[in-house]
Write a protein of this length. Structure first.
Lengths: 249, 425
């Protein structure tokens, strides 16, 4: 063979690293989306770390006035890019379907996360943009949009808990070792933070408020660990998939 | 019977080749020696030959079955399983390895590297590898030549050219006008799949007609309500047009999400794409669901505003703002849906793509056309405002156009799948 085609390169580029090109493409959207999302929520729209719940309507109006332009830029971009969330959910569901436990947990994950997009960040986007859209609105209404947005964004608990639950159980039962078992326990910790966060609907100050040390900061720590681990684990899972394995059922 | 037809076709080919008598004779010697002194099973050689005949679209080659192979155990079930050799239960791993080599040989021969040969070596001797290679070389080269000579007088009817669509040995026929599930295939699971897709597809024109009616009936769309209206003007609008607003938005509420089965047909078709992992299909499914959820919220805001038009006008205006912003601006899910479909079409690089490539271009163009509508949450005047030419008409027009075009694309795609699955002709 080598006599007939002596010019053939010894090693094609990309060899040695497994995985399928389309899964890699989707994989790279995952950290990309969360990087942009992080810039939007932390630097532009200022919803993370969250503004205080225990302020007057006038303070909330001042918040919208002060950050009006960056809220419009940040959430305007998010309106276009929010489909990135669907892609990040899709790749996890894809790898869950590769587990030995069948498709039920993967579909559960898609269901929970698919529902979560609306209360989880679309509603705060709509509320904050509507508030900034007419800054001269009645301060009581601006205050309502502020509370509705923040409570929906920080307080959408069940859709994500359901998805984390499906993920954790799937990992624990899986025999194909798509994700390591310890990641199931990190996912269960995510559920615990969601349970603690229920208290933000009761308290407007202190550790259980939506900006509190337990309801918010503890959740941020766990979520950050979960997210960073997931990015690393997805890379491994994607690389370990044989590139010539048949498409999923 | 089959043998006789096959012989006549071979004679037809040979008759043309006889214009160069010495070459024809020598070529006959080569093929005869290859057949008779080779050690590969006749069954395997025949499977490889038929698979290559399909790649070549050589109709006369596909219509023939060699008796030697039938004697060696070749069945029509095996021929049918050639459609997806990787999944076929009746094939051995050696068969699959050889068929994979043949596929690459016909479609992407430079991809045949030492790894492919090492895989073959697990099943075949070095002599057999040479034999397999020569069979492939002759089948691809001479097969393509024969295809151009078009020897079809003796070809059974179902293999005759009917349209531009590819013919396959596992096909019954081609070129049907409407989908007619075969009587004997009615109870097959594949027939159920086709019927479900067909019904889901046909919900689209019905739902689209209802939604168009609701669109025409909404007084706030003709022209689209201006964001510059004062709170009192907005409240007055809801007071004057309460009945039509309710009719239109209740219709959207009830029927808007019924467009989902149509998009689920696209998901099913994306999952038929052979040269990709289907990760796009799952991302697409999630995007469709989330996008629909967002759409479902907007008509609630319209309806709550129309529920008590006598409410404080500031509240009516707030509900109206939220309704319009949620209706027009959150394009991200739909945009990603169209981008994912486009990428999936571009990655569908096999010999039988599910959708034509231009569907990818159309999907991409639709995504691009919808992106600027995100500006509706920010701008109160100009083309990007929610009543603007770009945010309202281009956004909604592009979406509607895509659904209409895709309806016809899917209709053809499902028909072709029905034929490929052997449940229609």
């Amino acid at each position: 063979l080598s006599v007939l085609c002596p010019d053939q390169p010894a090693e094609a580029p990309g060899k040695g690293r497994g995985g399928k090109p389309d899964v890699w493409l989707v994989y790279w959207i995952f950290p990309g989306f969360y990087a942009v999302f992080g810039v939007i929520i932390c630097l532009l729209t200022r919803v993370t770390p969250p503004p205080r719940p225990d302020v007057t309507a006038a303070d909330k109006v001042a918040f919208f006035t002060q950050h009006g332009t960056t809220i419009q830029i940040g959430f305007g971009i998010l309106l276009i890019l929010l489909g990135g969330a669907a892609v990040t959910n899709g790749i996890i569901a894809y790898h869950m379907k590769r587990m030995s436990v069948g498709s039920v947990f993967a579909y559960g994950y898609i269901g929970g996360m698919g529902v979560g997009a609306l209360p989880g960040f679309l509603l705060i986007t709509a509320c904050f943009l509507a508030a900034v859209y007419r800054p001269d609105r009645d301060p009581e209404l601006q205050s309502l949009l502020y509370d509705l947005g923040m409570l929906s964004y920080n307080g959408s608990l069940g859709c994500f808990s359901a998805a984390y639950f499906a993920l954790a159980i799937a990992i624990l039962y899986d025999k194909n070792e798509i994700f390591p078992r310890w990641f199931a326990y990190v996912s269960i910790w995510q559920i615990i933070t969601e349970v603690i966060a229920t208290q933000m609907f009761v308290f407007d100050a202190g550790p259980f408020a939506w900006n509190g040390s337990l309801a918010f900061w503890w959740s941020v720590v766990v979520f950050s660990i979960w997210l960073c681990a997931l990015i690393a684990l997805l890379e491994k899972a994607t690389a370990r998939e044989p590139s010539d394995s048949p498409p999923l059922d | 019977m089959e043998l006789a037809a096959g012989d006549r076709i071979n004679l037809g080919v040979a008759a043309i080749m006889m214009r160069l008598p010495a070459v024809a004779e020598a070529f006959g010697t080569v093929t005869t020696n290859l057949r008779e002194t080779g050690s590969l099973p006749a069954r395997l050689v025949e499977l490889v030959r038929l698979r290559l005949a399909f790649h070549n679209q050589c109709r006369s080659c596909m219509s023939v079955r060699y008796q030697r192979a039938i004697d060696d155990g070749l069945t029509e079930d095996m021929v049918c399983s050639l459609e997806r050799p990787a999944e076929a239960p009746g094939l051995t791993t050696a068969d699959r390895s050889a068929l994979r080599f043949a596929d690459l040989f016909a479609t992407d021969h430079l991809a045949i590297d030492e790894a492919i040969y090492d895989d073959l070596r697990q099943h075949f001797t070095e002599d057999q590898l040479v034999e397999l290679g020569l069979h492939c070389a002759i089948a691809v080269g001479v097969g393509r030549l024969t295809a151009t000579w078009d020897v079809i007088e003796d070809v059974p009817d179902e293999f005759r050219a009917a349209s531009g669509m590819p013919v396959a040995p596992w096909d019954g026929g081609v070129g049907l006008i409407k989908l007619q599930i075969l009587e004997q295939a009615q109870d097959l699971p594949t027939a159920g799949n086709i019927k479900a897709q067909w019904v889901s597809l046909w919900t689209a024109p019905v739902v689209a007609a209802v939604l168009l009616l609701a669109f025409v009936a909404f007084p706030g769309f003709w022209p689209p309500m201006s964001p510059r209206l004062s709170a009192d003007q907005v409240a007055a609008f809801y007071g004057e047009h309460t009945a039509w607003i309710r009719f239109s938005m209740v219709t959207y509420n009830l029927c808007g999400i019924m467009i989902l089965p149509f998009f689920m047909v696209i998901v099913v078709q994306m999952k038929r794409m052979q040269t990709q992992s289907h990760v796009f299909a799952y991302c697409y499914l999630t995007a469709v669901v989330s996008g629909a959820t967002i759409f479902a919220l907007s008509n609630i805001f319209f309806l709550v505003a129309a529920f008590r038009p006598s409410r404080n006008p500031d509240l009516i205006m707030l509900l109206n703002d939220l309704a319009w912003i949620v209706f027009i601006a959150p394009v991200g899910m739909v945009v990603s849906q169209f981008l994912l479909l486009a990428i999936a079409v571009y990655y569908d690089r096999g010999p039988h793509p599910v959708f034509p490539r231009w569907v990818g271009h159309l999907s991409l163009a639709t995504a691009v056309a919808m992106v600027p509508a995100a500006g509706a949450a920010v701008f109160q005047t100009g083309p990007l405002a929610w009543d603007g030419a770009v945010s309202f008409w281009l956004r909604n027009g592009a979406f509607a156009l895509f659904v209409i075009v895709m309806f016809f694309v899917l209709r053809n795609t499902i028909r072709r799948q029905a034929i490929d699955d052997g449940v229609a002709r």
